[in-house]
Design a protein. Structure first.
Length: 121
């Protein structure tokens, strides 16, 4: 993914990912409730996302459509985190995450399944 979205822009995208295509006004209403942002702030962020190619606008009523899937952004953000903080080492990130708290038996089983699926590829 070549599009770099800032945290504020990701909040706009998150509304679209959760709710699907919707109007800019609805996005503004949701973000006013969640963050306290006014309409001008939200519309500015929507326009930035449009300019970056993350959102497509169409009529009627300034409808917005996400052009990039959430999973693509999550993968890009995770890769950036791994490269920036963990010297490109996913196992260092994994170790840091596992060392933070005690995991339940169910969480450990889920992780084993994930690792097993990765090694099968």
């Amino acid at each position: 993914m070549d599009i770099k979205l800032f945290d504020s822009e990701l909040k706009v995208m998150d509304v679209l990912w959760r709710e699907g295509d919707t109007t800019a006004k609805h996005i503004s209403d949701v973000l006013k409730e969640e963050t306290g942002w006014n309409m001008n702030t939200t519309y500015t962020l929507i326009k930035r996302c449009i300019k970056k190619g993350a959102i497509e606008r169409y009529e009627p009523k300034f409808m917005c459509h996400a052009l990039i899937p959430k999973e693509e952004v999550q993968e890009a953000e995770t890769n950036e985190l791994i490269n920036k903080i963990y010297d490109g080492s996913a196992d260092k990130l994994f170790t840091a995450l596992l060392g933070r708290k005690k995991l339940s038996a169910e969480q450990i089983d889920n992780l084993k399944k994930i690792v097993g699926n990765i090694s099968d590829v």
